[in-house]
Design a binder for this molecule. Structure first.
Ligand code: NAD
Length: 254
């Protein structure tokens, strides 16, 4: 599917990988709606690229439905491409110091990363099904964001890895289910990227992380994520799988 003239909804588009994708897709002629909890970030990106900013929590079913309706009304057509970048990356031990449990972290991480992705995917698919088919009978493309932690989750990442593992696992059944409607589903599993999520890490931790990346020996750039998202959107034979985008990094235990 070509990007030029196509309506795209990017969640988490107010920052990091989502913002990079929104910018790149707009530069290729896409009409971009940015859905983010942080509406100021979404507005800042939308203003630069001539898109619209929509405030919603991805895990709120009604709010996500309303955001899709608003994007459709604004652009005169429903999104044919949905890119799920909204996510949180909290770390916690299963049993922490002094026996502190972390069910709250597990619940929040799953709610945003997994339930939010599923929620946006559901709303996107429902609307894509109603669109006219394009070449190859294609109606839409859904791109979800996992993480290399879906395979090599580190100590403290039980919740995060579980949320990303589930995103990778649901890719194939979702692609199989939506195939009859001409909708493809893919997931990208980024390695370590330079975004505000990573900027929160202490310097020595960040340096240690970079030292583990074989080549190129640096953090990934949001534009590189956007280039893969573009390839997924435009290459009709990519479907039902998760692609690692990681400079060959394999995360160590800690
Ligand atoms: P980021 O923190 O820069 O951006 C995430 C965006 O999601 C923010 O704008 C935030 O406001 C939004 N968001 C958070 N919770 C939300 C909610 N409930 N509803 C709506 N919006 C919400 O993070 P990033 O680094 O760009 O990460 C994007 C995605 O990529 C995440 O799913 C993350 O887990 C994944 N990822 C990132 C890296 C990395 O190295 N940066 C690596 C692997 C996977």
């Amino acid at each position: 599917m070509q990007l030029d003239g196509t309506v795209v909804l990017v969640t988490g588009g107010g920052s990091g990988l989502g913002a990079g994708t929104a910018r790149h897709f707009a530069s290729q002629g896409a009409k971009v709606a940015i859905l983010d909890f942080n509406v100021d970030g979404a507005k800042a990106v939308a203003e630069v690229i001539g898109g619209i900013a929509l405030q919603a929590d991805v895990s709120d079913e009604a709010a996500v439905g309303a955001a899709f309706d608003a994007a459709t009304a604004h652009f005169g057509a429903a999104p044919r491409i949905a890119v799920n970048c909204a996510g949180v990356g909290m770390a916690a031990r299963i049993v922490g110091r002094e026996g502190k449990l972390s069910f709250d972290v597990f619940e929040k991480t799953l709610r945003v990363n997994l339930f939010g992705t599923y929620n946006v995917m559901s709303h996107a698919a429902k609307r894509m099904m109603e669109l006219d088919p394009l070449a190859d009978n294609e109606r839409g493309v859904i791109i979800n964001t996992a993480s290399v932690a879906f395979e090599d989750g580190q100590l403290g990442q039980a919740a995060y890895a579980a949320s990303k593992g589930a995103i990778a696992s649901m890719c194939l059944p979702a692609a199989r289910e939506l195939a009859r409607s001409g909708i493809r589903v893919m997931a990208i599993a980024p390695g370590l990227f330079h975004t505000p999520m990573m900027e929160g890490l202490p310097e020595e931790v960040a340096a240690q992380i970079t030292a583990n990346i074989p080549f190129p020996a640096r953090l990934g750039d949001a534009h590189e994520y956007a280039l893969l998202a573009e390839q997924i959107a435009t290459n009709p034979f990519l479907n039902g799988t998760t692609i690692r985008l990681d400079g060959a990094v394999r995360l160590p235990p800690r």
